[in-house]
Design a protein around this ligand. Structure first.
Ligand code: MG
Length: 373
C-alpha cells in the first residue's frame, strides 16, 4: 500500500449569501480549497482537502498545489499509506508549517487505510467514544446590529443552543453586538465570543468587564497568537474562560499554553494541526494537563469535515458536549462536492460508518468548479 501518485485539484465554490462570514480576519465569501487524491501501488484511492485561507495559515490554494506537487509529493511517493508517523516525518523534513497542505495528504492516507480495511477511520483510531451525531454551535459574523439580531433569532429557531459571536473588529460595536445577541437569544442559550486575535490585552480586559452580565461561557482568542503571558493576564484579570485557537497550531504551541496556564480549552482540527494524528497528539497532551479540547473550523467541505468528525468521535478529550465547536462547513456552501453529502440538520451533523472517511467525491462537480484551467 505504497503511495504511487498524488493529484491536486484547485476548486472554487461560493458561500451561500446568508452564510458569508465577517470576522477580524476579513470577509469569507468564496472558498478556494485544494482537493487531493492519493493513489497507492495496489490501486487504493483516498481523498484529502486542504481548507486553505491565506489570512488564517498563510497558505493559498495554488500555493498548496505547488507545494504538494513540487515538494511534498516527491518526498512521500513510495511511503506506506498506513505508516502515518513516517509520512509526517517525511513531510516535516522537506517543509515547515503548511499545516493544511500536509493534512490533506494525511487524511487521504487515513481514507486509504479505511478502504483497505473495510472500516471507518474512527475505528482505526480506536473506535467511537461518543455518538456519530455531533452538535455544533453557530458562528455569527461581525454583522451590524440589525443583521445580528435577525440572524440570532433565526438560529435559536433552528435549534442552536450555543451561539458564538465574532468580535475583534471595533470594540464599542463588538460590545454592542454581543449585548444585542444576548438580549435576542434570552438567558438559556450559551453565548461565546471569538475575537480572532483582533483585540489587545487592555481592550480585552475592558470589553470583557463591560460584558460581564452577558455571561459568556468562552472567550476565544481575544489577543493575537504568540503572546501567552498576555493571554494569561486577560484570563487572570477577568476570570473569563479562554479558548485558544490561533495560538495553537502544533505541539510546541500546546506546551506553551500549558506552561503559561493561559487557557481553559484548546480549539483543534486536522487541517489546522497538520493532520488527524497531530490533532490527536495535542488533544492527548491537553488531557494529561486537564485542559479540554474542542473542534474549530475553516468552513470545510465534506472531505475535511469527515476528517474532523472521525477525529472528534474517536478522541475522548474532544469535549464537544461541554464546549461545542463548528462542524457545519458544507452547509455554508452553494454546492456540495460529495455524492452523498454529510447530513447536516440545523446544529446536528452526522458521520456515516462507511469505510474510510466515508465521502465519495463527485468528480464531475469538482471538474465543473476547478479553477486552474
Ligand atoms: Mg476561532
Amino acid at each position: 500500500m505504497r503511495i504511487k501518485l498524488i493529484e491536486t485539484i484547485p476548486v472554487r465554490i461560493p458561500l451561500k449569501p446568508e452564510r458569508r462570514m465577517i470576522s477580524a480576519l476579513g470577509k469569507h465569501d468564496v472558498s478556494e480549497f485544494l482537493l487531493v487524491r492519493v493513489v497507492t501501488t495496489d490501486g487504493h484511492e483516498g481523498w484529502g482537502e486542504a481548507t486553505v485561507t491565506p489570512r488564517w495559515s498563510g497558505e493559498t490554494c495554488l500555493g498548496a498545489k505547488a507545494l504538494i506537487d513540487g515538494v511534498l509529493a516527491p518526498a512521500v511517493i513510495g511511503c506506506s499509506a498506513s505508516h502515518i508517523v513516517e509520512l509526517d516525518r517525511r513531510m516535516d523534513a522537506v517543509a515547515v508549517g503548511n499545516w493544511f497542505a500536509k493534512s490533506a495528504i494525511e487524511m487521504a492516507c487515513w481514507d486509504i487505510q479505511g478502504h483497505a480495511a473495510g472500516k471507518p477511520v474512527y475505528e482505526l483510531l480506536g473506535g467511537a467514544c461518543r455518538p456519530l451525531t455531533v452538535r455544533s454551535r453557530f458562528s455569527l459574523g461581525a454583522y451590524d446590529p440589525e443583521r445580528a439580531r435577525r440572524r440570532a433569532g433565526e438560529l435559536v429557531a433552528l435549534g442552536f443552543t450555543t451561539i458564538k459571536v465574532k468580535v475583534g473588529v471595533d470594540p464599542p460595536r463588538d460590545v454592542e453586538r454581543v449585548r444585542i445577541v444576548r438580549e435576542t437569544i434570552g438567558p438559556d442559550i450559551a453565548l461565546t465570543i471569538d475575537a480572532n486575535g483582533g483585540w489587545d490585552v487592555e481592550t480585552s480586559i475592558r470589553c470583557l468587564r463591560e460584558l460581564e452580565d452577558c455571561r459568556l461561557t468562552l472567550v476565544e482568542q481575544p489577543i493575537p497568537p504568540g503572546d501567552y503571558t498576555g493571554l494569561a493576564r486577560v484570563r487572570g484579570e477577568t476570570g473569563a474562560k479562554i479558548l485558544a485557537d490561533e495560538s495553537c497550531f502544533d505541539l510546541v504551541h500546546a506546551h506553551e499554553l500549558i506552561r503559561h496556564d493561559c487557557c481553559d480549552a484548546i480549539s483543534l482540527y486536522p487541517g489546522k494541526n497538520g493532520g488527524i494524528r497531530k490533532s490527536r497528539e495535542i488533544a492527548d497532551l491537553a488531557a494529561q494537563h486537564g485542559i479540554a479540547c474542542s473542534i474549530g473550523s475553516n468552513l470545510e467541505w465534506d472531505v475535511a469535515t469527515a476528517a474532523m468528525l472521525h477525529f472528534i468521535v474517536s478522541t475522548p478529550n474532544m469535549q464537544i458536549e461541554r464546549f461545542p465547536g463548528d462542524v457545519l462547513g458544507p452547509d455554508y456552501h452553494e454546492v456540495t462536492i460529495a455524492k452523498q453529502p454529510i447530513v447536516i440538520e440545523g446544529p446536528l451533523t452526522t458521520l456515516t460508518s462507511r469505510p474510510g472517511l466515508g465521502v465519495e467525491v463527485d468528480r464531475e462537480c469538482v471538474e465543473r468548479h476547478r479553477f486552474d484551467r
